[in-house]
Design a protein around this ligand. Structure first.
Ligand SMILES: *[C@@H]1O[C@H](CO)[C@@H](O)[C@H](O)[C@H]1NC(C)=O
Ligand SMILES: *[C@@H]1O[C@H](CO)[C@@H](O)[C@H](O)[C@H]1NC(C)=O
Ligand SMILES: *[C@@H]1O[C@H](CO)[C@@H](O)[C@H](O)[C@H]1NC(C)=O
Length: 566
């Protein structure tokens, strides 16, 4: 009997493991997330009772907090908002934390701590004080650059993580799968670049949790540890090492990945007729190199190195702006192509020669390595390359842009919508209340209107927005808005970081947005402190609204339960 049951257990477990090695197609949550939620609802029921909403675990409303994009502004503000929620006893009532782009820059380090929810003061302090040893970054980079799917994303992850956030953590997301429910359950959003540009909406949004990664609208998922492994026809062919959090951060927060190669076009090349393939490669090299130089510059503190970087920028600028029309005039297409190739090589040579003239030391080593490894891939502008788990999938629902591609190119979800709404709409997570602090730049209500359009495209309920209010208040928004759902659509509490409470008029509001713009030097400790304080104060002033909406969400959950029981 014992032998038999052992054999049976073995057979079952091998069945289970071969199942885990296939793409899971289902509208339901995976077992791991369900299990986590059951536990988290116990934590939430206690928190709700403490707030005066006594309820059973089953009655706990589905509340998700969504961190928006917005570079370091979003990363820092999110920690401030979470800290105030914790202080007000609200954080434990939140089941999920969803992040895209900038917010993920701080979510990744927060979740390195299995109990960050209980220690937010510590995490705020670490935003102000931590440092990263550059030799650690360098050796990581050396190793990563050897991998076959090495892409610009890896360099970007290292630059944002070590350079901007001053954090370095090479754990893997799937290692969080067996944790207890001390923290809200994390869901990260990314998009598939080629489907995003040319495909149907179903092929765009990819979500990642500690348990699974997959396309939200296709209901197709793999174990998170297998994202990046080779699949064919829905089955695992070859397992590859899971990406680490640095690489993942590169995917989640790489806003420049979709920038056009024509970002900067010199006057002498401005004729559309001039912009053929050869010319584009030259421009792409220039714009790509410039993007990475700007990123590097944003975290350099040494004045000598900074001046040297500015010299390099000036030399590159000179190269591209020198009027080369006369040379091209009498050339046939082949000669022209050769000529542009030559100029591209010259650009690279400018960078290489410059890196050799740096004073000996760690900076020189660091920069030379970057130059050697990055230049060849900049011209291809390859981002977020991972093996595609839907390659040659035979499921009819899988769009051509996915089934035909051996690799996915996963990039910053902020290009589609700068808040992770897609993962939280519809019946799968059946959300009652979304808490959406808004740290984005640009049109203050754009994430909402984009999410509404997205919801309409995928036919999922979304609350009604009053377009007149959005139009009238976009240049000087209030501190909290409630967009009420109706049972199937969630309610959204929307909280702009800068608002009528902390800016006296539209002019001051615009000035704040500008002062904390997304693309700039890494923030000073004073700026970080200011943002954290602002986000905390903003969350505090919305507390009554949040409590009221949590109360309504609880009532709604109870109504849903009694309907299903009838
Ligand atoms: C959760 O796990 C941590 C260790 O990671 C432990 O210290 C803590 O007591 C656990 N909490 C609960 C509620 O089980
Ligand atoms: C570049 O030089 C050509 C002549 O060789 C001239 O016609 C053209 O206007 C110049 N372009 C610019 C932007 O200076
Ligand atoms: C909620 O509104 C949606 C339209 O956004 C509608 O389809 C749905 O029937 C409404 N549900 C309820 C319960 O009123």
């Amino acid at each position: 009997m014992a032998v038999l049951s052992a054999a049976l257990a073995c057979a079952l477990s091998s069945m289970e493991s071969s199942q885990q090695k296939r793409v899971r197609t289902s509208a339901a949550l995976c077992a791991g997330e369900q299990e986590y939620l059951l536990q988290r609802k116990q934590v939430a029921a206690q928190a709700l009772s403490a707030l005066g909403f006594s309820c059973s675990a089953e009655e706990v409303p589905h509340v998700a907090m969504l961190g928006s994009g917005g570079g370091q502004r979003a990363a820092v503000s999110l920690v401030g908002s979470l800290s105030q929620l914790a202080q007000d006893g609200l954080l434990d009532a939140v089941l999920y934390l969803g992040g895209v782009s900038g917010s993920t820059w701080s979510m990744a380090p927060l979740y390195s701590d299995p109990e960050w929810s209980t220690r937010l003061d510590l995490h705020m302090a670490s935003l102000l004080r931590s440092q990263v040893d550059h030799s650690v970054v360098l050796s990581w980079f050396k190793e990563t650059a050897q991998r076959e799917d090495f892409s610009l994303t890896d360099a970007w992850g290292a630059l944002t993580s070590a350079g901007i956030m001053k954090q370095w953590d090479t754990r893997k997301l799937s290692e969080e799968a067996n944790r207890n429910a001390t923290n809200p359950y994390p869901i990260y959003g990314a998009i598939e670049k080629f489907c995003f540009n040319n495909g149907p909406v179903q092929g765009k949004w990819l979500e990642l949790s500690p348990h699974e990664a997959g396309f939200t609208e296709l209901d197709m998922f793999v174990d998170t540890s297998l994202l990046g492994s080779s699949f064919r026809g829905g089955a695992l062919v070859e397992q590859k090492p899971e990406m680490d959090m640095i690489q993942l951060q590169g995917i989640l927060g790489c806003a420049p990945a979709n920038e056009k190669m024509e970002d900067y076009i010199p006057a002498w090349l401005n004729e559309p007729a001039d912009l053929d393939r050869a010319a584009r490669e030259y421009l792409l090299s220039y714009n790509g190199i410039t993007t990475f130089i700007n990123m590097t510059k944003s975290y350099v503190t040494d004045d000598v190195v900074l001046r040297r970087i500015e010299e390099l920028q000036a030399r590159l600028h000179e190269h591209i702006n020198q009027n080369k029309s006369a040379v091209l005039e009498s050339q046939n297409p082949e000669q022209r192509e050769q000529q542009f190739k030559q100029w591209t090589v010259e650009l690279w040579t400018v960078v290489q020669d410059w890196s050799q003239t740096l004073p000996d030391g760690p900076t020189k080593l660091h920069v030379s390595l970057l130059v050697q490894k990055l230049l060849p891939i900049i011209v291809k502008w390859e981002w977020g390359t991972v093996k595609n788990f839907l390659y040659k999938s035979e499921e009819e629902s899988v769009p051509e842009c996915l089934s035909s591609a051996e690799h996915l190119h996963l990039v910053d979800a902020g290009m589609l919508v700068n808040v992770g709404y897609p993962s939280f709409l519809g019946p799968r997570r059946d959300i009652d209340l979304l808490i959406a602090p808004e740290y984005s730049a640009g049109d203050m209500f754009e994430t909402l209107t984009l999410a509404r359009d997205y919801a309409a495209q995928v036919q999922k309920p979304f609350p009604t927005l009053d377009d007149r209010v959005l139009q009238e208040e976009k240049d000087w928004p209030r501190d909290c808005y409630v967009f009420e759902g109706n049972g199937t659509a969630p309610t959204i509490v929307f909280m702009p970081l800068f608002n009528r409470n902390n800016c006296k008029d539209a002019a001051e509001w615009a000035q704040r947005m500008d002062q904390f713009a997304t693309f700039q030097k890494s923030f000073s400790p004073d700026m970080i402190q200011f943002l954290m304080d602002t986000a905390k104060a903003n969350t505090r002033s919305c507390k009554e609204t949040l409590l009221r909406e949590i109360g309504k969400a609880l009532q709604r959950r109870r109504d849903k339960l009694s309907q299903t029981k009838q």
